[in-house]
Design a protein around this ligand. Structure first.
Ligand code: ADP
Ligand code: MG
Length: 227
C-alpha cells in the first residue's frame, strides 16, 4: 500500500450511508451529463429546425435539472457557511428548472445566517420540496408567486415558503412532506403547513446552532436579478 493510501486510512472513514449517497450522486451526475451529451449531438446533426429547437430545449432543461442536483449535493466538508447565500444559489437553480417556464415568480427575503454546511444542506432539501410543492400543486398551470423568507432571532432560524395559489384547507402529507418532517426533526426543528384562501405558508423552525451575521442583502427578487 502506498504512503498516500496509509495516510487516508488514518483519517476517519466515512459511513456507508455517506459512501452510498456519494455513489448515487456521482452516478446521477454522470448519467445526466451523458444524456445531455447525446441530445447535444442529436441537435447538432438534426437538419430539421423544429426538431433541433426541441432537442436544444430538452438539453437546456436537463442542464437546469443538473444545476439543481449540483446545488443539493452533499457538502464535501463540514464547515460554517452563509445559509442565505446557499439558499439564494439553490433558489436560482430551482427557478430556472421549474418556475421560469411556467410564469411563477420566486422572491427571497434572506436574513444573513451562518450555519454548518451539513445543516444548510438539509434545510436546502426542505426548501426544495416546499417550493416544488407550491409549483406543482398551487397554481394549476397558471402563473403565480412564491416567497421564501429566512429570519433569525439569534437562537432559532425561521424559514417560510409562501405561495398565493389555490389550496385545500387540509393538507394531507404525502411522501414529500413526510421527508420534510423527518429532515426538520433531524435538525431538532419543526415544520407546519397552513393553507387558506390566499394560498399556503409552510414554516420551518430550527435551532441556529452557530452564528448569525449582519443584515445586508435582505430583499432579493431572484426571478429578476441577473446572477
Ligand atoms: N403549496 C401547496 N399548495 C397546494 N397544495 C399543496 C401545497 N403543498 C402541498 N400540498 C398538498 O399536499 C399534498 C402532499 O404533498 P407532498 O407530501 O409533498 O406530496 P406530493 O407533492 O408528492 O403530492 C399534495 O399532494 C397537495 O395536495
Ligand atoms: Mg411534494
Amino acid at each position: 500500500m502506498s504512503n498516500n493510501m496509509n495516510m487516508m486510512s488514518a483519517v476517519q472513514e466515512p459511513s456507508i450511508e455517506h459512501i452510498l449517497l456519494r455513489e448515487m450522486s456521482h452516478r446521477m451526475n454522470n448519467e445526466l451529463s451523458s444524456a445531455i451529451g447525446v441530445i447535444a449531438v442529436a441537435a447538432a446533426r438534426s437538419e430539421n429546425d423544429e426538431a433541433r429547437a426541441t432537442l436544444i430545449a430538452v438539453q437546456n432543461q436537463l442542464q437546469n435539472y443538473a444545476g439543481v442536483h449540483h446545488s443539493l449535493a452533499m457538502p464535501e466538508y463540514d464547515t460554517a457557511i452563509e445559509l442565505n447565500a446557499y439558499l439564494h444559489r439553490l433558489c436560482k437553480a430551482i427557478s430556472r428548472s421549474k418556475l421560469e417556464g411556467c410564469g411563477i415568480e420566486l422572491s427571497l427575503s434572506l436574513y444573513p445566517v451562518r450555519m454548518s454546511s451539513g445543516r444548510c444542506w438539509l434545510l436546502g432539501m426542505i426548501v426544495f420540496e416546499l417550493v416544488t410543492n407550491a409549483a406543482r400543486h398551487a397554481f394549476s398551470g397558471r402563473s403565480g408567486a412564491i416567497h421564501l423568507e429566512l429570519l433569525t432571532n439569534g437562537k432559532l432560524v425561521e424559514c417560510r415558503v409562501t405561495d398565493n395559489g389555490r389550496s385545500n384547507t387540509e393538507v394531507m402529507p404525502g411522501c414529500g412532506l413526510k421527508i420534510v418532517e423527518a429532515l426538520a426533526r433531524h435538525l431538532s426543528g419543526t415544520v407546519s403547513v397552513h393553507s387558506g384562501n390566499g394560498g399556503t405558508t409552510s414554516i420551518v423552525l430550527i435551532p441556529e446552532g452557530v452564528w448569525s451575521g449582519r443584515r445586508t442583502d435582505y430583499d432579493i427578487d431572484i426571478t429578476r436579478s441577473g446572477n
